[in-house]
Design a protein around this ligand. Structure first.
Ligand code: BT5
Length: 254
């Protein structure tokens, strides 16, 4: 990973002020969290080529072979109302999707609530945001140059990379710089204009609305049709017994 190449592509004011790199770590989210405890500020980025304990939500694992993909965490401030920290996941979705599209202008890219970047119906990337002291760590994994054989058999049918889709290899550094530029732009828009414009733009980038889905929540599951995001950025789903607000869970098209 060429950190200078990333820096030369950055047009940011605060994001990427410091880029920490290690060839291998347990998880960039854990590494960022540890560093926050010993003093690290907004905009610092933690980057690696390999994670031995890559994390997904709900104790799931994020897998990635060495030196092929994007594995990073960035440190941001929470919104003034810390109950709204989940909104940063929406901003990261828009920011990283737009950053990707600058390099890989493909209409098959979309967002799936709450934290998936989708390419042609399969999972290209995921976002994991966590509070740490007075900061938020936003971890993003994007499959760039993985081949199908690199994926473990359990996700081979559901995961995709830019290389699998297009047959070409891409510069991770260029994509990272583009995504960080775009994240900062959308984060600044959120700061000055609020969540409404973020929700509108998130909805524009998702094709899940109007579709039949199964929602699996920590305490059960139900089926319905995806309506829209509510004013806070949670998902509204029309179920047989009325509109339900989904706060956390998985959305599976059926
Ligand atoms: C996510 O969780 O999608 C969040 C992933 C965040 C990963 C980044 S990498 C940098 C930073 N440091 C970390 O330790 N984590 C963050 P979730 O929605 O729970 O999805 C996890 C599920 O996706 C797994 O249970 C697998 O089924 C599947 N999966 C695992 N690795 C994948 C991959 N490389 N591509 C596509 N799907 C994958």
């Amino acid at each position: 990973m060429d950190i200078n190449k990333i820096k030369s592509g950055l047009k940011t004011d605060w994001l990427g002020s410091k880029i920490h790199y290690q060839p291998s770590v347990d998880s960039t989210n854990s590494w960022a969290a540890r560093t926050i405890n010993s003093g690290c500020g907004r905009g610092e980025v933690f980057l690696t080529d390999f994670q031995s304990k890559g994390q997904g939500r709900l104790d799931r694992t994020w897998e990635s072979p060495s030196e092929k993909n994007i594995l990073l965490s960035l440190v941001d401030n929470p919104p003034p109302d810390t109950k709204k920290t989940h909104q940063l996941t929406l901003i990261a979705g828009i920011g990283f999707l737009d950053g990707l599209k600058n390099i890989f202008p493909e209409t098959a890219l979309s967002l799936k609530w709450p934290n998936d970047i989708i390419l042609s119906g399969k999972k290209l990337g995921g976002i994991l945001s966590k509070h740490q002291n007075n900061s938020v760590v936003i971890g993003v994994g994007i499959n760039v140059n993985t081949t199908l054989e690199d994926f473990s058999p359990t996700i081979r049918n559901t995961a995709i990379s830019l290389k699998i889709f297009s047959g070409k290899e891409y510069s991770r550094e260029e994509i990272i710089a583009s995504c960080l530029n775009s994240y900062e732009e959308w984060r600044n828009i959120y700061e000055t204009k609020g969540i409404e414009i973020i929700i509108k733009n998130w909805e524009k980038r998702s094709d899940i609305f109007g579709k039949s889905v199964k929602i699996t929540e920590p305490h059960g599951s139900f089926e319905g049709i995806v309506e829209m995001l509510d004013a806070d950025g949670f998902l509204l789903v029309k179920a047989p017994d009325g509109i339900k607000q989904v706060i956390s869970g998985d959305v599976i098209p059926i």
